[in-house]
Design a protein around this ligand. Sequence first.
Ligand SMILES: NC(=O)c1ccc[n+]([C@@H]2O[C@H](COP(=O)([O-])OP(=O)(O)OC[C@H]3O[C@@H](n4cnc5c(N)ncnc54)[C@H](O)[C@@H]3O)[C@@H](O)[C@H]2O)c1
Length: 677
Amino acid sequence: MSEETPVSVTMQKDGEVAVVIVNNPPVNALSWHVRQGLKDNFEAALADDGVKAIVLRCDGATFIAGADISEFGKPPRGPDFNAVLNMIEAATKPVVAAIHGTALGGGLETALVCHYRVAVPSAKLGVPEVKLGLLPGAGGTQRLPRVVGVEAAATMTSLGDPVPAPRAKEMGLVDELAGEDSLAADAIAFARAKIADGPRPTRERAVFGDVGVIEKLKTANAKRWRGFEAPYANLACVEAATRLPFDEGLAFERQEFMKLMMGSQSAAQRHIFFAERQAAKIDGLPKDTQLRDIKKVGIIGAGTMGGGIMMNFLQKGFPCTIVEMQQEALDRGLGVVRKNYDASAAKGRFKPEQVDQMMGLITPALELDALADCDLIIEAVYENMDVKKDIFGKLDKIAKPGAILASNTSYLDVNEIAASTSRPGDVLGMHFFSPANVMKLLEVVRGDKTAPDVLATAMAIGKKIGKVAVVAGVCHGFIGNRMLAPRQIEAQKLLLEGATPAQVDKVHVDFGMPMGPFQMSDLAGVDIGWHRDPNRIESIRDALCAEGRWGQKKQAGFYDYDDKRNPSESPRVAEIIEEFRQKAGIQKREISDQEIVERTLYPMVNEGALILAEGKAQRASDIDVVWIYGYGWPVYRGGPMFWAGLEGTDKIAAALEKHGFTVAPLLAEKAAAKAGF
Ligand SMILES: NC(=O)c1ccc[n+]([C@@H]2O[C@H](COP(=O)([O-])OP(=O)(O)OC[C@H]3O[C@@H](n4cnc5c(N)ncnc54)[C@H](O)[C@@H]3O)[C@@H](O)[C@H]2O)c1
């Protein structure tokens, strides 16, 4: 061992059993010095004639929880992981992995080269690499089918979900369950009992099970895996294990692993993994900022958003007071909440008594006075500045000192709303996305006067209710909706020039978005934000609204819909587009899919560059998080700003210029340097 090598692996002896112990806090990741320590200590145990069996276990909170992802993309250091694993597997003395906490990824691969596995009942075992666009590349795809069979191996690798130890025992992944508090001793006893049996190298065991399950898995997950490479690569490796000798299977796995590792999808998925964690950090906030205590939550408005927002808090046990103007609206709103919970209970997500419990946390009210004891009040009434200012003015007189006053506004100026109170420091935006009980994104809008502890508390509460919270500055539409705007404008222009709604939408769906701009408009309601004057027809959208084509809810929007909401292209919409085209004197032409990408997606990057330069987003990766969790941007493309780097900022800037856009200075700068954001 060289001098600077941290000692993260040690060995103890218990009679004829050597216990190799990993201690690399916080999660015993497979850092280079752990690999070195495993090699050194196993070599020592194997060379020691007094040792007849070896136990591998970990100190601290968990077994080896996986690779050290901070080493990804860096020059390799220390011994090669596969070489260490092969050495353990080839041990001439039985090796037992003793598992607590989580054995994930490289951790489980390490356990798989051990000849036996014991685990405490609370342990979890899995290969989650697929979630980062990868596969278990140290033999996991080849050894798992030899231990648990093809079906379980295919499921574990392609879905990446960990398996609880008792289930792992049924699957044969764990040989024996240890006592929750006696793992060390139980593993030694187990090892001692296996001395007579000797080693059982996993590679020498036969693959079993029906390879046909792989195709079934593909069919069952076709929608979820659309566009993703990694689930299929994982399955290809498991399939290879069924027909190739072990070493050839390993070589195949290596080749597939390298393809994923070098490819853009895993880079994008790893980017988002870090971006999500980074988003929680608030720039320039004193470290010792004390959070405000939130015990009781108030919601104003029991419409689409208010009810959904409240559900998040009920699920975490917060008592909620919800205020509406009329009893009827209140009843309707609470009815929707109940219906949603009942539907989830029917699917087994909640027990019926849990639903009653959550509903029991609600205090319905018709007066804002009922919010006097709330620590956090979220307003979700109509998107109208006068209405919101009126409410915040009243809240100012009602809310207790120190209460946080938040607006769920989509576009309005949070500073102006704050100014209608005498305590603008307590005011900020908490912009949820629809359906608010489902969508993970929360934009926390920081007003000019928002106090640091108010911002920090809103971010923390967002996390507590299971959201991914991102800080946004005050501007029209904040981060997400502001970037949506240029896309929508361009999509409408493309219709006039000759594209159809179906063509524009298809380009977006093929790109990996859940739906295109017109499908989204039909789903949300074409009439959202419409001026409501059927005689004022200035755009295709106005014409649709004037005819009552308000989207799916009216079975007509940019598409026609049948009773089951299946869309078809609308001849009437084609006529409307044609009328506008003629009025505008535009010649219809063939529009290529590439042009649609350049004119709808590139302008989003441009807007993102403006948002970044104006400081309305703290960092480019926050913008990516917004688009992944709020709008379904494909994770494997890493969000618009990350994607800009893949696509080439120079290419994007040149195309924007060609189409007559003003290129944002920051984008131009990146383009000149051929750099990403
Ligand atoms: N719908 C979305 O997709 C979405 C997404 C994000 C944010 N938002 C924002 O959320 C807010 C609410 O939107 P929504 O879609 O839930 O609207 P909605 O029309 O479904 O609900 C608004 C509710 O507020 C109630 N209300 C109005 N004035 C009130 C008052 N003075 N006191 C108490 N209740 C009052 C109304 O009766 C209605 O039930 C808007 O600011 C909107 O921009 C909406």
